[in-house]
Design a protein around this ligand. Sequence first.
Ligand code: 5AD
Ligand code: SF4
Length: 470
Amino acid sequence: MTQERKNRILSPREMGECREYTEKMRQLNEGKGKKVFVLTFGCQQNEADSEKLAGMSMDMGYTVTKDPHEADLILVNTCAIREHAEKKALSIIGQYKHIKAARPETMIGVCGCMVVQEHRAEEIKFRYPYVDFIFGTSSLHRFPKLLYDKTTKGKRLYCPQESEFCVAEGLRINRESNYRAWVSIMYGCNNFCSYCIVPYVRGRERSREMHEIVAEVRDLAQRGYKDITLLGQNVNSYAKDSEFTYDFADLMAELSKIEGDFLLRFMTSHPKDASKKLIDTMAQNPKIARHFHLPMQSGSDEILAKMNRRYDTKKYLETVDYLREKIPGITITTDIIVGFPGETEEDFEGTLNMLRRVKFDMIYSFIYSPRKGTPAAEMECQIPDSVKSERFNRLLAVQNEIAFELNQQEVGKTLRVLCDGISKNNEKVYSGRTEGNKIVFFDGDESDTGKYINVKIDRAEAFALYGQKV
Ligand code: 5AD
Ligand code: SF4
C-alpha cells in the first residue's frame, strides 16, 4: 500500500472520539473560568492550526488569553524550518518553567513541526520535565483526549505523530481576525526539496474535498471576510493525491463564483507545478488577487538541481513571463535561500541576476540552515557562516534597489487598501495591504479597520507605500 493510499478523511468514529473528550473536558472545566494561551511560531499553516487549537480549547470550556501567566493551559505550536525557529521555541519553553513553578496546575502542551522530530521530542521529554504533553502536526484531533487523560490520570503524554496521515474536518476554528482568514486546503508535501524538513514533519500530501472548502469560503464570505488565503505547502498539486476529478485551478474557479466583496489568495506554489491553466483562471477571475508567490530559492541551475527543485531558471522565467503577459501589473514575490551547500560565487551571482531579470516586488530571503535528516545537511562543501551572511547582505542590497524602483511606479496612483488598523510602530498612522499585498501607511481612523479604503500614494520606499485617504 502506498503512502498516498493511506491518506484519508477521519472516520466518524475518530471524530466522535474527539467530540466525546471535548465534552468530557468541558464538563470538567465548567464554571471554573479556565483560560488558554496559544503561542505560534512559523508559517501561516501553523497559524491556521493554532486557530483550530484555540477553537477546540474554547469548545472544552477555555477562554482565550494573551497572557501566559494567567493561563491554565499553555500551548506552544512550534516550527522546524530553520534552527533559529527551534531555538526561539525552546527558549520560551524554558522560560515557562517559572510559570509552572508559580502555578503548578498550569498545563503545558508543545505541538507542531519541531516535536515530530524524534530528537526534539526526546529533548523535551528529558530537558523540560514540566511539559505535560506533546502532540504532532497530524494529531490535532487527539488533543482533547490527551488533555483529558493528562488531567484525569496525571501521566505525561507523548503523541509525536500518527502512523497514518489524515484530514480532520469539522474542528472549531477561533479566527484571530474578522476580515482576513486562512483556509487550509491541503496538508503535507511530497516534494522532498533536499534542504527542507517539511515532508518529514508534515507527512505526505493530502487534500480536503472541494465541497468542504467551498462551504468554508462561502461561510467566510457571508460573514464579511474580505481577504481569504488558501493554504498548502504546494497548492498547485491540490487534489493530485486523491481520485478527485478536479485540480487547483478548478477549485479557484469554483471559489470565484461565490458572491461577496472579497479577494482570494493562495500560498505556496511550486514553480514546477504552477500551470498555465491556473494562470488563465486567475486572469479570468477578478476575485483572485493579482499576486503570485513563486519561491525560486536559487538562480543557479546547478544549485536548483542539488536542491531537488525539478525546474531550471529557463522554466521559471517562462512562468514569470506568462504571468506578466496574462495578468499585467501582477505582483510577484519569492523565497530565496543563500548559502546552500556548494553554492559558489558564480551560483550566487546567478541568483542576483535572476533578481535583476524578474524584478520581484518582494523577496523573503533565508540563510541556509542545515536540518537533521535532510540530504542537504549531509552534503559536502557547507558554506561558512561569514560567507552566508555576506551574501545575504548583498542580496538584500540588490533587492532593496529593485523594490524601491518598482514602488516608485505606484506614486500618484489611487490604490484600494484593506486596512489592518493602527500601525505597530506609529500610533498616528494606519496600515493596510493592496491587492498585490504591498504594505501601505496612511492617515486612517479606527473605523477603517477591516474595510477597503482608497489611498492616493504620495511616497514610496523599498518596503512600503505611503499616502492619504481619498
Ligand atoms: N534553510 C533555510 N531556508 C529554508 N527554507 C526551507 N528550508 C530551509 C532551510 N533548511 C525556506 C525556503 C522556503 C521557505 C518557507 O523557507 O525558502 O520556501
Ligand atoms: Fe519544503 Fe520543497 Fe515541500 Fe516547500 S515544496 S515544503 S520547500 S519540500
